[in-house]
Ligand binder design. Structure first.
Ligand code: C6P
Length: 409
Protein backbone atom coordinates (compact mmCIF):
# COMPACT_ATOMS: atom_id res chain seq x y z
CA UNK A 1 0.00 0.00 0.00
CA UNK A 2 1.25 3.45 -0.89
CA UNK A 3 1.54 5.97 1.87
CA UNK A 4 0.04 9.07 0.24
CA UNK A 5 1.22 11.31 3.11
CA UNK A 6 4.83 10.46 2.34
CA UNK A 7 4.17 11.15 -1.34
CA UNK A 8 3.04 14.64 -0.39
CA UNK A 9 6.31 15.23 1.48
CA UNK A 10 8.19 14.72 -1.81
CA UNK A 11 6.77 18.02 -3.16
CA UNK A 12 8.45 21.01 -1.45
CA UNK A 13 6.12 23.60 -3.00
CA UNK A 14 3.09 22.16 -1.22
CA UNK A 15 4.54 23.05 2.16
CA UNK A 16 3.39 26.67 2.25
CA UNK A 17 0.52 28.91 3.24
CA UNK A 18 -1.47 31.05 0.83
CA UNK A 19 -3.45 33.97 2.27
CA UNK A 20 -2.81 32.57 5.75
CA UNK A 21 -4.23 29.14 4.90
CA UNK A 22 -2.45 25.88 3.98
CA UNK A 23 -2.09 25.66 0.20
CA UNK A 24 -4.64 23.31 -1.39
CA UNK A 25 -3.36 22.88 -4.92
CA UNK A 26 -6.20 21.72 -7.18
CA UNK A 27 -4.96 23.03 -10.53
CA UNK A 28 -3.27 19.83 -11.60
CA UNK A 29 -4.89 19.62 -15.03
CA UNK A 30 -3.02 22.83 -15.88
CA UNK A 31 0.29 21.59 -14.50
CA UNK A 32 1.33 19.29 -11.67
CA UNK A 33 3.93 20.01 -9.01
CA UNK A 34 7.48 18.65 -9.13
CA UNK A 35 8.98 16.18 -6.67
CA UNK A 36 12.38 16.88 -5.14
CA UNK A 37 14.05 14.14 -7.24
CA UNK A 38 13.09 15.96 -10.48
CA UNK A 39 14.18 19.36 -9.19
CA UNK A 40 17.49 17.83 -8.03
CA UNK A 41 18.09 16.20 -11.43
CA UNK A 42 18.02 19.66 -13.03
CA UNK A 43 20.37 21.11 -10.41
CA UNK A 44 22.76 18.15 -10.82
CA UNK A 45 22.79 18.48 -14.59
CA UNK A 46 23.54 22.20 -14.54
CA UNK A 47 26.09 21.89 -11.71
CA UNK A 48 28.01 18.90 -13.12
CA UNK A 49 27.34 18.13 -16.77
CA UNK A 50 25.99 21.15 -18.66
CA UNK A 51 27.23 21.05 -22.24
CA UNK A 52 25.81 20.73 -25.74
CA UNK A 53 24.95 17.26 -27.03
CA UNK A 54 25.93 15.14 -30.03
CA UNK A 55 28.54 17.51 -31.42
CA UNK A 56 31.23 17.40 -28.72
CA UNK A 57 33.93 14.85 -27.93
CA UNK A 58 34.90 16.22 -24.53
CA UNK A 59 33.82 14.67 -21.23
CA UNK A 60 31.00 17.07 -20.38
CA UNK A 61 29.47 16.82 -23.83
CA UNK A 62 29.59 13.05 -23.67
CA UNK A 63 27.91 13.11 -20.27
CA UNK A 64 25.22 15.49 -21.52
CA UNK A 65 24.69 13.31 -24.61
CA UNK A 66 24.42 10.18 -22.47
CA UNK A 67 21.96 11.93 -20.18
CA UNK A 68 19.83 13.17 -23.08
CA UNK A 69 19.81 9.87 -25.01
CA UNK A 70 19.37 7.95 -21.76
CA UNK A 71 16.25 10.06 -21.15
CA UNK A 72 14.91 9.01 -24.54
CA UNK A 73 15.41 5.35 -23.64
CA UNK A 74 13.76 5.93 -20.25
CA UNK A 75 10.70 7.60 -21.81
CA UNK A 76 10.42 4.78 -24.39
CA UNK A 77 10.28 2.30 -21.51
CA UNK A 78 7.69 4.42 -19.69
CA UNK A 79 5.19 4.02 -22.55
CA UNK A 80 6.55 0.65 -23.74
CA UNK A 81 7.67 1.93 -27.16
CA UNK A 82 9.53 -0.66 -29.22
CA UNK A 83 12.56 1.58 -29.80
CA UNK A 84 13.93 4.87 -28.38
CA UNK A 85 14.06 6.18 -31.98
CA UNK A 86 10.26 6.38 -31.78
CA UNK A 87 10.52 9.08 -29.09
CA UNK A 88 10.83 12.63 -30.39
CA UNK A 89 11.41 15.33 -27.82
CA UNK A 90 9.28 18.43 -28.35
CA UNK A 91 8.21 21.39 -26.22
CA UNK A 92 5.00 19.62 -25.23
CA UNK A 93 1.71 18.15 -26.42
CA UNK A 94 0.88 21.18 -28.55
CA UNK A 95 4.13 21.04 -30.51
CA UNK A 96 3.88 17.25 -30.85
CA UNK A 97 0.41 17.42 -32.41
CA UNK A 98 1.45 20.28 -34.67
CA UNK A 99 4.37 18.23 -35.94
CA UNK A 100 2.00 15.48 -37.13
CA UNK A 101 -0.56 17.99 -38.41
CA UNK A 102 2.13 19.72 -40.51
CA UNK A 103 4.38 16.90 -41.66
CA UNK A 104 2.04 13.94 -41.96
CA UNK A 105 -0.92 15.92 -43.29
CA UNK A 106 1.12 17.68 -45.97
CA UNK A 107 2.23 14.34 -47.42
CA UNK A 108 -0.97 12.32 -47.03
CA UNK A 109 -4.13 14.46 -47.19
CA UNK A 110 -6.02 15.58 -50.28
CA UNK A 111 -9.52 16.88 -51.07
CA UNK A 112 -12.14 14.21 -50.34
CA UNK A 113 -10.20 12.84 -47.35
CA UNK A 114 -11.59 13.20 -43.84
CA UNK A 115 -9.85 14.08 -40.60
CA UNK A 116 -11.93 12.85 -37.69
CA UNK A 117 -11.68 14.33 -34.23
CA UNK A 118 -14.18 14.88 -31.38
CA UNK A 119 -16.21 17.72 -29.91
CA UNK A 120 -14.36 17.59 -26.60
CA UNK A 121 -10.82 18.28 -27.81
CA UNK A 122 -8.49 20.84 -26.28
CA UNK A 123 -7.64 23.59 -28.80
CA UNK A 124 -4.22 21.96 -29.20
CA UNK A 125 -5.86 18.89 -30.72
CA UNK A 126 -8.38 20.84 -32.75
CA UNK A 127 -6.91 24.00 -34.30
CA UNK A 128 -3.94 22.14 -35.90
CA UNK A 129 -6.46 19.83 -37.65
CA UNK A 130 -8.54 22.79 -38.79
CA UNK A 131 -5.37 24.22 -40.32
CA UNK A 132 -4.41 20.88 -41.88
CA UNK A 133 -7.90 20.54 -43.39
CA UNK A 134 -7.72 24.05 -44.83
CA UNK A 135 -4.28 23.46 -46.31
CA UNK A 136 -5.10 20.07 -47.87
CA UNK A 137 -8.76 20.45 -48.84
CA UNK A 138 -9.69 17.57 -46.53
CA UNK A 139 -12.88 17.75 -44.45
CA UNK A 140 -12.83 17.91 -40.66
CA UNK A 141 -15.55 15.97 -38.83
CA UNK A 142 -16.34 15.65 -35.12
CA UNK A 143 -17.61 12.78 -32.99
CA UNK A 144 -20.43 14.41 -30.97
CA UNK A 145 -20.64 14.52 -27.21
CA UNK A 146 -23.84 13.42 -25.47
CA UNK A 147 -25.97 15.13 -22.82
CA UNK A 148 -26.63 18.72 -21.76
CA UNK A 149 -23.75 18.46 -19.28
CA UNK A 150 -21.72 16.16 -21.57
CA UNK A 151 -22.44 13.42 -19.06
CA UNK A 152 -22.90 10.78 -21.76
CA UNK A 153 -19.35 10.90 -23.10
CA UNK A 154 -18.76 10.59 -26.82
CA UNK A 155 -21.48 9.15 -29.05
CA UNK A 156 -20.05 5.77 -30.00
CA UNK A 157 -23.03 5.02 -32.28
CA UNK A 158 -22.15 8.10 -34.34
CA UNK A 159 -18.67 6.66 -34.66
CA UNK A 160 -20.17 3.84 -36.77
CA UNK A 161 -21.28 6.38 -39.36
CA UNK A 162 -18.30 8.67 -39.07
CA UNK A 163 -15.48 6.14 -39.32
CA UNK A 164 -15.62 5.55 -43.07
CA UNK A 165 -12.76 4.62 -45.43
CA UNK A 166 -12.45 8.35 -46.29
CA UNK A 167 -11.13 8.95 -42.78
CA UNK A 168 -7.36 9.09 -43.05
CA UNK A 169 -6.62 10.24 -39.50
CA UNK A 170 -8.51 10.01 -36.22
CA UNK A 171 -7.24 12.36 -33.49
CA UNK A 172 -8.73 12.11 -29.99
CA UNK A 173 -7.95 12.85 -26.40
CA UNK A 174 -7.53 10.09 -23.83
CA UNK A 175 -8.86 12.10 -20.87
CA UNK A 176 -10.84 15.33 -21.23
CA UNK A 177 -9.26 18.30 -19.44
CA UNK A 178 -12.72 19.78 -18.82
CA UNK A 179 -15.11 16.86 -18.42
CA UNK A 180 -12.90 14.38 -16.59
CA UNK A 181 -14.22 11.71 -18.95
CA UNK A 182 -12.01 8.84 -20.07
CA UNK A 183 -12.29 7.80 -23.71
CA UNK A 184 -12.15 4.13 -24.76
CA UNK A 185 -8.90 4.66 -26.65
CA UNK A 186 -8.25 0.94 -27.18
CA UNK A 187 -11.56 0.71 -29.02
CA UNK A 188 -10.90 3.94 -30.95
CA UNK A 189 -7.54 2.62 -32.18
CA UNK A 190 -9.04 -0.75 -33.14
CA UNK A 191 -11.92 0.82 -35.05
CA UNK A 192 -9.67 3.35 -36.80
CA UNK A 193 -7.35 0.55 -37.91
CA UNK A 194 -10.31 -1.33 -39.37
CA UNK A 195 -10.90 1.53 -41.87
CA UNK A 196 -7.20 2.17 -42.48
CA UNK A 197 -7.05 5.47 -40.57
CA UNK A 198 -4.00 6.41 -38.52
CA UNK A 199 -4.52 7.41 -34.89
CA UNK A 200 -3.20 10.40 -32.93
CA UNK A 201 -3.77 10.24 -29.17
CA UNK A 202 -3.63 13.37 -27.05
CA UNK A 203 -2.34 11.92 -23.78
CA UNK A 204 -1.73 15.28 -22.07
CA UNK A 205 -4.17 14.54 -19.25
CA UNK A 206 -3.49 10.83 -18.92
CA UNK A 207 0.27 10.36 -19.12
CA UNK A 208 0.91 11.12 -15.44
CA UNK A 209 -2.30 9.51 -14.22
CA UNK A 210 -2.81 6.09 -15.81
CA UNK A 211 -0.47 3.43 -17.20
CA UNK A 212 -0.02 3.76 -20.98
CA UNK A 213 1.34 1.13 -23.36
CA UNK A 214 1.67 2.24 -26.98
CA UNK A 215 2.29 -1.28 -28.24
CA UNK A 216 -0.80 -2.64 -26.58
CA UNK A 217 -2.82 0.29 -27.94
CA UNK A 218 -1.19 -0.11 -31.35
CA UNK A 219 -1.64 3.65 -31.87
CA UNK A 220 0.31 5.48 -34.57
CA UNK A 221 1.12 8.71 -32.73
CA UNK A 222 0.81 9.73 -29.08
CA UNK A 223 1.54 13.19 -27.69
CA UNK A 224 2.19 14.35 -24.14
CA UNK A 225 3.77 17.06 -21.99
CA UNK A 226 6.38 16.56 -19.28
CA UNK A 227 4.91 19.19 -16.98
CA UNK A 228 1.70 17.20 -16.49
CA UNK A 229 3.61 14.14 -15.23
CA UNK A 230 5.91 15.66 -12.57
CA UNK A 231 8.50 16.67 -15.18
CA UNK A 232 9.68 20.16 -16.12
CA UNK A 233 7.85 22.58 -18.40
CA UNK A 234 9.21 23.03 -21.92
CA UNK A 235 9.67 19.33 -22.65
CA UNK A 236 7.23 16.90 -24.20
CA UNK A 237 7.10 13.89 -26.44
CA UNK A 238 5.75 12.77 -29.74
CA UNK A 239 5.72 9.00 -29.95
CA UNK A 240 5.40 7.73 -33.53
CA UNK A 241 5.58 4.26 -35.02
CA UNK A 242 8.95 3.73 -36.62
CA UNK A 243 7.60 2.91 -40.09
CA UNK A 244 5.59 6.17 -40.15
CA UNK A 245 8.44 8.31 -38.85
CA UNK A 246 10.82 6.80 -41.44
CA UNK A 247 8.63 8.23 -44.21
CA UNK A 248 7.88 11.56 -42.56
CA UNK A 249 9.56 14.77 -43.73
CA UNK A 250 10.81 17.14 -41.03
CA UNK A 251 8.73 20.15 -40.04
CA UNK A 252 11.72 22.22 -38.93
CA UNK A 253 15.17 22.15 -40.50
CA UNK A 254 18.58 23.33 -39.33
CA UNK A 255 21.54 22.00 -37.35
CA UNK A 256 21.65 18.52 -35.88
CA UNK A 257 19.09 16.92 -38.21
CA UNK A 258 21.10 16.76 -41.45
CA UNK A 259 23.58 14.24 -42.86
CA UNK A 260 25.05 16.33 -45.69
CA UNK A 261 24.44 19.88 -46.77
CA UNK A 262 25.65 21.65 -49.90
CA UNK A 263 24.58 24.90 -51.54
CA UNK A 264 21.87 23.07 -53.46
CA UNK A 265 20.18 21.13 -50.67
CA UNK A 266 20.46 18.73 -47.72
CA UNK A 267 19.72 15.15 -46.65
CA UNK A 268 18.08 14.20 -43.40
CA UNK A 269 19.12 11.94 -40.54
CA UNK A 270 16.67 9.23 -39.49
CA UNK A 271 14.26 9.68 -36.59
CA UNK A 272 14.49 11.00 -33.93
CA UNK A 273 17.25 13.48 -34.95
CA UNK A 274 15.36 14.36 -38.15
CA UNK A 275 12.65 15.97 -36.03
CA UNK A 276 14.88 17.70 -33.48
CA UNK A 277 16.54 20.59 -35.32
CA UNK A 278 18.78 22.83 -33.22
CA UNK A 279 20.04 22.44 -29.67
CA UNK A 280 17.48 20.37 -27.82
CA UNK A 281 16.12 20.89 -24.32
CA UNK A 282 18.75 18.68 -22.67
CA UNK A 283 18.20 19.48 -19.00
CA UNK A 284 14.44 19.11 -19.13
CA UNK A 285 14.64 15.80 -21.00
CA UNK A 286 16.83 14.56 -18.14
CA UNK A 287 14.26 15.95 -15.68
CA UNK A 288 11.53 14.11 -17.57
CA UNK A 289 13.43 10.84 -17.18
CA UNK A 290 13.61 11.50 -13.42
CA UNK A 291 9.83 12.03 -13.45
CA UNK A 292 9.40 8.63 -15.15
CA UNK A 293 11.52 7.04 -12.41
CA UNK A 294 9.48 8.79 -9.75
CA UNK A 295 6.07 7.78 -11.11
CA UNK A 296 7.15 4.18 -11.68
CA UNK A 297 8.47 4.04 -8.12
CA UNK A 298 4.95 4.88 -6.90
CA UNK A 299 3.13 2.27 -9.04
CA UNK A 300 1.08 3.81 -11.82
CA UNK A 301 -1.95 1.57 -11.30
CA UNK A 302 -2.13 2.82 -7.69
CA UNK A 303 -1.90 6.42 -8.97
CA UNK A 304 -4.84 5.77 -11.33
CA UNK A 305 -6.90 4.34 -8.46
CA UNK A 306 -6.14 7.30 -6.17
CA UNK A 307 -7.01 9.74 -8.96
CA UNK A 308 -10.27 7.96 -9.70
CA UNK A 309 -11.28 7.83 -6.03
CA UNK A 310 -10.63 11.55 -5.47
CA UNK A 311 -12.46 12.49 -8.69
CA UNK A 312 -15.43 10.37 -7.71
CA UNK A 313 -15.51 11.70 -4.15
CA UNK A 314 -15.27 15.30 -5.37
CA UNK A 315 -18.10 14.70 -7.85
CA UNK A 316 -20.31 13.26 -5.12
CA UNK A 317 -19.58 15.95 -2.52
CA UNK A 318 -19.91 18.82 -4.98
CA UNK A 319 -23.25 17.36 -6.17
CA UNK A 320 -24.71 18.16 -2.74
CA UNK A 321 -24.16 21.93 -3.22
CA UNK A 322 -27.46 23.55 -4.28
CA UNK A 323 -27.47 25.19 -7.71
CA UNK A 324 -24.22 23.62 -8.91
CA UNK A 325 -23.96 22.29 -12.45
CA UNK A 326 -21.24 19.66 -12.85
CA UNK A 327 -19.96 18.63 -16.27
CA UNK A 328 -18.99 15.16 -17.41
CA UNK A 329 -19.96 11.64 -16.40
CA UNK A 330 -21.15 10.73 -12.90
CA UNK A 331 -19.09 7.52 -12.89
CA UNK A 332 -15.88 6.21 -14.45
CA UNK A 333 -14.26 9.60 -14.26
CA UNK A 334 -10.78 10.77 -13.46
CA UNK A 335 -9.63 13.48 -11.08
CA UNK A 336 -10.88 16.47 -13.08
CA UNK A 337 -14.17 18.07 -11.99
CA UNK A 338 -15.61 21.15 -13.75
CA UNK A 339 -18.65 22.98 -12.47
CA UNK A 340 -20.62 26.19 -12.87
CA UNK A 341 -23.05 28.30 -10.84
CA UNK A 342 -25.77 30.21 -12.66
CA UNK A 343 -25.08 33.50 -10.84
CA UNK A 344 -21.39 33.45 -9.97
CA UNK A 345 -18.72 33.79 -12.64
CA UNK A 346 -15.93 31.22 -12.57
CA UNK A 347 -13.31 33.95 -12.17
CA UNK A 348 -15.07 35.15 -9.00
CA UNK A 349 -15.14 31.59 -7.67
CA UNK A 350 -11.41 31.18 -8.26
CA UNK A 351 -10.59 34.58 -6.74
CA UNK A 352 -12.65 33.89 -3.61
CA UNK A 353 -11.33 30.33 -3.26
CA UNK A 354 -7.79 31.74 -3.39
CA UNK A 355 -8.58 33.55 -0.13
CA UNK A 356 -9.08 30.09 1.41
CA UNK A 357 -5.71 28.87 0.11
CA UNK A 358 -7.22 26.97 -2.82
CA UNK A 359 -5.67 26.94 -6.30
CA UNK A 360 -8.49 26.33 -8.81
CA UNK A 361 -8.87 27.31 -12.46
CA UNK A 362 -11.69 29.24 -14.08
CA UNK A 363 -12.22 29.79 -17.78
CA UNK A 364 -12.92 27.86 -20.96
CA UNK A 365 -9.89 25.59 -20.40
CA UNK A 366 -9.04 25.81 -24.13
CA UNK A 367 -12.35 24.09 -24.93
CA UNK A 368 -14.27 27.02 -26.44
CA UNK A 369 -16.41 25.01 -28.92
CA UNK A 370 -17.40 22.55 -26.17
CA UNK A 371 -18.30 25.39 -23.80
CA UNK A 372 -20.44 27.00 -26.50
CA UNK A 373 -22.18 23.71 -27.20
CA UNK A 374 -23.03 23.38 -23.49
CA UNK A 375 -24.27 26.99 -23.34
CA UNK A 376 -21.43 28.13 -21.08
CA UNK A 377 -18.61 30.63 -21.37
CA UNK A 378 -16.56 29.19 -18.53
CA UNK A 379 -16.43 26.73 -15.67
CA UNK A 380 -14.48 26.42 -12.45
CA UNK A 381 -12.26 23.37 -12.42
CA UNK A 382 -10.77 21.38 -9.55
CA UNK A 383 -8.24 18.77 -10.62
CA UNK A 384 -6.46 16.28 -8.40
CA UNK A 385 -3.18 14.45 -8.25
CA UNK A 386 -1.18 12.04 -6.13
CA UNK A 387 -0.60 14.48 -3.26
CA UNK A 388 -4.23 15.56 -2.84
CA UNK A 389 -6.40 14.23 -0.05
CA UNK A 390 -10.07 13.68 0.80
CA UNK A 391 -9.73 16.43 3.46
CA UNK A 392 -8.84 18.91 0.73
CA UNK A 393 -12.14 18.12 -0.98
CA UNK A 394 -13.86 19.17 2.26
CA UNK A 395 -11.92 22.46 2.18
CA UNK A 396 -13.13 22.94 -1.41
CA UNK A 397 -16.78 22.25 -0.53
CA UNK A 398 -16.63 24.62 2.49
CA UNK A 399 -15.09 27.35 0.37
CA UNK A 400 -17.70 26.97 -2.38
CA UNK A 401 -20.50 27.15 0.20
CA UNK A 402 -18.98 30.37 1.60
CA UNK A 403 -18.75 31.84 -1.90
CA UNK A 404 -22.35 30.95 -2.65
CA UNK A 405 -23.51 32.60 0.58
CA UNK A 406 -21.53 35.74 -0.26
CA UNK A 407 -23.25 35.96 -3.65
CA UNK A 408 -26.66 35.38 -2.05
CA UNK A 409 -27.07 31.77 -3.24
N1 C6P B 1 -4.27 21.77 -20.83
C1 C6P B 1 -5.34 22.89 -18.96
O1 C6P B 1 -5.35 23.69 -18.04
P1 C6P B 1 0.56 21.84 -23.49
O2 C6P B 1 0.08 23.23 -23.21
O3 C6P B 1 1.15 21.71 -24.88
O4 C6P B 1 1.45 21.28 -22.43
O5 C6P B 1 -0.73 20.90 -23.45
C2 C6P B 1 -1.84 21.20 -24.27
C3 C6P B 1 -2.99 20.31 -23.94
C4 C6P B 1 -3.42 19.39 -24.89
N2 C6P B 1 -4.42 18.53 -24.62
C5 C6P B 1 -5.06 18.51 -23.45
C6 C6P B 1 -6.15 17.53 -23.21
C7 C6P B 1 -4.69 19.43 -22.46
O6 C6P B 1 -5.34 19.42 -21.29
C8 C6P B 1 -3.64 20.35 -22.71
C9 C6P B 1 -3.27 21.39 -21.69
C10 C6P B 1 -4.07 22.72 -19.76
O7 C6P B 1 -6.32 22.18 -19.25
C11 C6P B 1 -3.56 24.04 -20.22
S1 C6P B 1 -4.75 24.89 -21.24
Amino acid sequence: MLNWDSVRADFPVLNQQVNGEPLVYLDNAATVQKPRIVIQSLVDYYERDNSNVHRGLHALSMRATNGYEGARTRVAKFINAADPAEIIFTRGTTESINLVAHSWSKAHLKPGDVILTTEIEHHSNLVPWQQAAKASGATLKYVPVLGENAEGGLDLDALDELLTPEVKLFAFTHISNTLGSINPINEFCRRARAVGAITVIDAAQSIGHVPLDVRELDCDFLAFSGHKMCGPTGIGVLYGKQELLDKLAPDETGGGMVVTVDYEGATWKPSPERFEAGTPNIADAIGLAAACDYLDSLDRAAIAKHDHELGQLAYEKLSTIPGIRILGPAKDRCGVVSFAFADVHAHDVVTFADEDGLALRGGHHCNQPLMRKLGLTSTTRASFYIYNTAEEIDVLVASLSRIQKFFGG
